[in-house]
Write a protein that binds this ligand. Structure first.
Ligand SMILES: Cc1cc2nc3c(=O)[nH]c(=O)nc-3n(C[C@H](O)[C@H](O)[C@H](O)COP(=O)(O)OP(=O)(O)OC[C@H]3O[C@@H](n4cnc5c(N)ncnc54)[C@H](O)[C@@H]3O)c2cc1C
Length: 380
């Protein structure tokens, strides 16, 4: 059976649903179908730490996250979601344990000022005053922005899902896109549900899995999958205000609104899409966290969990058209929660404009051919 629709979006994570909502808002009467092979929040969004920061070192990321955080602040109103998304804006404190990191923070700070990001450089003493749980040993200082924070990824996705449905976006779960076939000036999306959907525009929001579908239409982009793990503790009274990032320890640690502490600590593992957690992760991650935040020692861990992130050669998102007319892509490179509001807008415009907006153009897939990579110095 072949069905026709104006736009097919593959993937109902935050990218897919944000793009669907923005596209529906901007194009009244348009028909949009979103396909997801799994169930609600089954991708990276259901396995992430849902933190957001404007404190980046690259203007592109600063702009993307500034716009997104402004949207998160009013998500209840924008998306008609009165319950809210459990936004906790208690800031991000980035820690410097060496001169190079501190110098980078100072360079970033100048860029932040230019873009109206209210970051400040703190001395080691000021960091410890703000977070008494910190180990002051070898700490040189930090960078803080009170607008950064975290939220609930499930509430965020639920808000997007309901808002998109209100615009009559058709969301088909348990429906896998198997391949994409050019068909005149349309693209045919072949699914595992004995259904083929023909659309003028198809947008892939399948994150690390994007190459699987791209290959079916002869495209090869350097997007790979990397396992990532985290640990979560029991809920605890408010003890940790800002999200803590330590480049020395390669982690982000935060306390979410309902009291649990989340730690996403990088561990060397081969690339791949294995969502299992490794047997040595708990002891490895706990050591890293307690070395930096010894004041958390009494809190009991509930469990560890695993997820998969998308990787690109410069660890930046891939946003925009592909070489195949009508086929678009939005892949997050490990910032897909915090950038999803702005990416939805960018992609809704990219799909209907003659050219991509200059702010978004550097994220285009063509950079892998031209070599114009856009590496970000503040990646953990
Ligand atoms: C441990 C961990 C911590 C993280 N912490 C943060 C953080 O603090 N902040 C942040 O911004 N990001 C974080 N991330 C990254 C973030 O989760 C991702 O960037 C984000 O989920 C990407 O959103 P997405 O919509 O592109 O993809 P996803 O959320 O992965 O959704 C993609 C969807 O596509 C579907 N799909 C795939 N292939 C097909 C197909 N062929 N047909 C139909 N459907 C398909 C999947 O089922 C899935 O539902 C973290 C990730 C992990 C694993």
């Amino acid at each position: 059976m072949i069905r026709t629709t104006d736009v097919v979006i593959v993937g109902a994570g935050p990218y897919g649903l944000s793009c669907a909502w923005w596209t529906a808002c901007a194009n009244p009467g348009i028909s949009i179908t979103v396909l997801d092979e799994g169930d609600f929040a089954c991708g990276g969004i259901g396995r992430n730490a849902a933190s957001m920061r404007m404190q980046w070192g690259l203007e592109l990321n600063i702009k993307l996250c500034k716009e997104s955080i402004a949207f998160f602040e009013e998500a209840d109103r924008h998306l008609d979601y009165p319950r809210g998304i459990d936004l906790k804006q208690a800031g991000y404190l980035l820690l410097a344990h060496d001169e190079a990191a501190l110098t980078q923070f100072k360079t970033n700070h100048e860029l932040h000022k230019k873009h109206g990001v209210p970051s400040e450089i703190l001395s080691a003493e000021e960091c410890v005053k703000m977070v008494p749980l910190l180990n002051a040993e070898a700490l040189l200082g930090g960078s803080f922005c009170h607008k950064d924070g975290n939220a609930s990824p499930f509430l965020w996705l639920d808000a997007l899902y309901r808002a998109a449905r209100r615009y009559n976006v058709k969301i088909c779960m348990a429906t896998r896109a198997e391949r994409i076939v050019p068909q005149g000036n349309h693209l045919l999306v072949v699914t595992n549900q004995q259904q083929e959907i023909s659309a003028a525009k198809v947008l892939l929001c399948t994150d690390w899995a994007a190459p699987q579908l791209l290959q079916t239409i002869g495209l090869d982009l350097p997007i790979t999958a990397m396992p990532k793990q985290g640990l979560v503790t029991e809920a605890w009274p408010a003890i940790l205000d800002p999200v803590i990032i330590s480049f020395k320890h390669d982690f982000a640690v935060s306390q979410v609104m309902r009291g649990n502490i989340l730690a996403v600590v990088a561990q060397d593992r081969p690339d791949g899409s294995d969502v299992r957690t490794t047997t040595d992760y708990l002891s490895f991650a706990a050591r890293q966290v307690l070395d930096c935040l010894p004041g958390l020692a009494d809190i009991r861990v509930l469990r560890t969990w695993g997820g998969v992130i998308s990787k690109t050669p410069d660890m930046q998102a891939v946003l925009g058209p592909t070489e195949v007319p009508g086929l678009y892509i939005a892949v997050s490179a490990y910032k897909g929660f915090m950038t999803s509001p702005a990416v939805g807008r960018i992609m809704s415009e990219a799909m209907f404009a003659d050219s991509v907006h200059p702010d978004a153009a550097p994220f285009g897939a063509d950079r892998f051919k031209t070599g114009e990579l856009i590496p970000e110095p503040m990646t953990v």
